[in-house]
Ligand binder design. Sequence first.
Ligand code: HEC
Ligand code: HEC
Length: 443
Amino acid sequence: MLGTLIPSFPERLFGRQIPSGSQWRKKLRFWGSVRIVAVLVLGICSCADKEGYPHDLSYPQRADLIVEESPKLNPNNPSPPGGLEKSIANLALVGGKILDPIKLPEATQAEITKLLDEQFGTPAQPRVGNGKAELGDLGKKLKLDSQTLAQGSVAYRRNCLHCHGLSGDGKGSSGLWVHPPPRDFRQGRFKFISTNPAKNLNRPRREDILRTLRMGLHGTSMPAFGILPLEELEALASYVIHLGIRGEVEFSIEKTLLKPQSQVINLFENFLPDEEVSKAQETLTYFVPKFVKEIVGQYHTAESQILIPPEYPFKDSELSDSIKRGFRLFSSQAPDALGCVSCHIDYGRQSPWQYDEWGSLNRPSNLTAGIYKGGRRPLDLFWRIKRGIPPSKMPAATLTGEDEVKKTWDLVNFIEALPYPATLPEEVRNAVYGPTRRIAKPN
Ligand code: HEC
Ligand code: HEC
């Protein structure tokens, strides 16, 4: 193979014929091969280098609008392809609240950027924490060490950048053209999480992010990356957390500073003990590292807070009754009904568009289609029901009392059977697919 790459050596050198088989020819052949090997090696090295980000590139300062509150009223249509930014700019006209970070004084913007660079490095050399002792070994435990992050950044550039964008804003070159839009990581919010709600922690476990990466989000343009080696997926998960924390610090500070002065203190109060609040007001330099540590700590706590489902309580012969009970809970027909149908109208076939926390639109899922973004295992559905999908404004089901476990599995059983009419008990099949099924009138 290599032989074919070696250029044919010259017949003449300095005007003299080179006799065949001479030492010269051998030497030339030898050095020719060395040159080819060197070119190949250098080529491979420089390719690998080109895969990472340039070293003089910094993360961009946030310039796009912040959605402080999305509108409560349902819109009629989603924004047209490529129109997300325009529709966010117009949210205030339909009852939402938006803030413009560009309105912060230039000196404040520069200070925030400087502090973020200190804590999070650059795309080529990402980090979490300023390298001093403040984070302790929290970062290491969460695999946020610089080496893993650097590996994650290369893989992110190759696989994710075109959708999720350099800073994780979800506005990569393809990102603007897909619906739903790619996640804007900069709020540190994730939809598909499995942590225990009792701790009031809306953080994903690393495993939640890894699941998303391995399986993708069905029914959206988020691809499955299960073919990548586990080590690369782990590094990608770390890099996503890095972008999430960086973005969240920027988002929270800018959102707070853009509010009237009286409210500024709230952010600091949430994160610092009383005696430190006044200091924090004086200087962001003091506050930012503490804030970073607080958030990293929350991600770390989430790791050990998996919501483990209690044992499945039914025998096979009880499935049909369980589906019936699940159906009643889902609908509005029983006293203990949860009214899931009030959003998943007609079991989701006629759900209206709704705003999510990012100011983009989605619909309560069509649950007759059997397509679940967060996974189709009973376990995944269990987590969706118990956790809700807070950024999409789907509340966690309020199930209480002795029957809580049974009711949750009843709902899972109903949802699992719903797309397959033949597996539904007759009364449920008629209600969901029968001729008396109600079709909502368009508003
Ligand atoms: C073709 C576009 C596209 C590419 C490429 C892409 N994503 Fe996504 N990603 C999406 C979309 C769209 C969503 C949000 C779907 C939704 O919210 O319904 C998403 C959501 C996510 C989420 C959020 C999951 C949650 O629980 O909220 C994570 C994490 C994520 N992507 C990571 C990645 C990583 C890492 C890569 C690269 C390895 C990647 N994505 C590549 C489109 C993409
Ligand atoms: C306030 C409105 C609302 C209510 C009430 C609601 N949902 Fe949802 N649900 C949503 C929205 C919105 C989505 C889509 C989220 C997304 O794709 O980002 C959704 C998605 C889902 C999904 C799909 C998850 C996935 O992985 O794709 C399931 C399952 C689900 N809901 C079950 C339920 C059940 C069971 C109830 C009642 C206990 C319920 N929902 C009540 C709004 C609601």
